[in-house]
Design a binder for this molecule. Structure first.
Ligand code: SF4
Length: 346
């Protein structure tokens, strides 16, 4: 398979006929994953705290420390949520939260240990790169030391959130207090080097230009070349409601652009095993269409979700509906685990 250059990628994103782009991406998808199956995971995405000191202007979820509607859950409250998720058949819990400086490292380690002990069937897919940086800051440890402690506690994977667009120019506008592109890459590089796997994400549809999207994809491709630690790439569009950025951005996250990005990602990220379609953030019909544009995974059931909900974006599903949507798109639905191992064919 010939690797395409930054300039070729930019040209595909800006100029290629959408259906031809989709056909090419689908060809790449079937070269990589020959079987006509589409995977999904039964998961839940609770949050342990909405307290955050990072003030990203695209975020409607966080509250400043001391705000009347701020919250931080105890370990037991989170275990109760995980227990309830397990009763619904969940195998992956994606746990994230704000950057709450009052939480000690031991809080995070106890969470991982207790979930592993009490719910061995559940994979703790916990904490994005910027939360790992917060843990390193509050504990005065290196990123590597924190990741090793999380791994020792039983964590094997990291979710890819918090990448937004890996462009310094964009970061300065939307999340100037966040670690930034190099830090995000450092956390994932280190995680991969100590044997953890992770996903990679991209949130577009705000101040980025097509060049920033290509820069993002290029950085992801380079790191994957170095470590081979990413399992999947998951792009989604920015949801502006209730965020400080709401009135400042040109609205341009239309479904055709999403499909263009899915297809480009499949073609450009030739060393990524999977591209994930998001029924949740883009809508079920668009999620189905993404399966014709290079995506081979349908994401998770997301039984609990609060971050998009804070922007009034609410979408829900069931296992039955996901399997039906995948079948309607012409594929066999296969339930997977966090590491993309197959659990059950439907
Ligand atoms: S996106 Fe994360 S880091 Fe940024 S303000 Fe929201 S909770 Fe805090």
């Amino acid at each position: 398979m010939d690797r395409i250059s930054f300039t070729d990628g930019l040209n595909l994103l800006k100029n290629e006929n959408l259906l031809e782009l989709g056909q090419r991406a689908q060809g790449t998808r079937f070269q990589k994953n020959k079987e006509p199956i589409v995977t999904f995971v039964i998961d839940s995405n609770p949050n342990y705290t909405n307290v955050c000191i990072t003030d990203c202007s695209f975020c409607a979820f966080y509250r400043k420390p001391g705000a009347s509607d701020s919250y931080t859950l105890t370990v037991n409250q989170i275990l109760e949520k995980v227990g309830n998720a397990q009763k619904m058949g969940v195998t992956t819990v994606l746990l994230q939260g704000g950057h709450n400086p009052s939480l000690p490292l031991e809080y995070y380690l106890t969470l991982v240990r207790e979930v592993k002990k009490k719910f061995p069937q559940i994979t703790p897919h916990f904490f994005t790169a910027s939360e790992v940086q917060t843990m390193a800051q509050v504990s005065n440890l290196s990123i590597q030391a924190v990741l090793e402690k999380l791994k020792e506690a039983g964590q094997k994977t990291l979710p890819g959130g918090g990448a937004e667009i890996l462009s310094e120019r964009v970061r300065k506008r939307i999340s100037p207090k966040k670690g930034g592109p190099e830090k995000w890459l450092e956390v994932h590089r280190t995680a991969h080097q100590i044997g953890m796997k992770s996903t990679a994400t991209m949130m577009y549809g705000h101040f980025e230009e097509p060049e920033d999207i290509l820069t993002h994809l290029e950085k992801m491709r380079q790191l994957q070349e170095e470590t081979n630690g990413f399992t999947a790439f998951i792009p989604w569009s920015f949801k502006p409601n209730n965020t400080p950025m709401q009135r400042k951005i040109p609205k341009r996250s239309f479904p055709n652009y999403y499909l263009r990005i899915i297809a480009l990602s499949r073609i450009y990220l030739d060393n990524f095993p999977h591209i994930q379609a998001s029924w949740f953030s883009e809508g079920k019909k668009v999620g189905q269409m993404a399966l014709q544009f290079g995506a081979d995974d349908f994401g998770g059931t997301l039984f609990e979700e609060n971050v998009h909900k804070a922007t009034d974006h609410i979408n829900q599903t069931t296992v039955e509906e996901i399997t039906r949507l995948i079948r309607e798109s012409g594929f066999t639905p296969v339930q997977r685990d966090t590491l993309y191992n197959r659990i059950k064919e439907y």
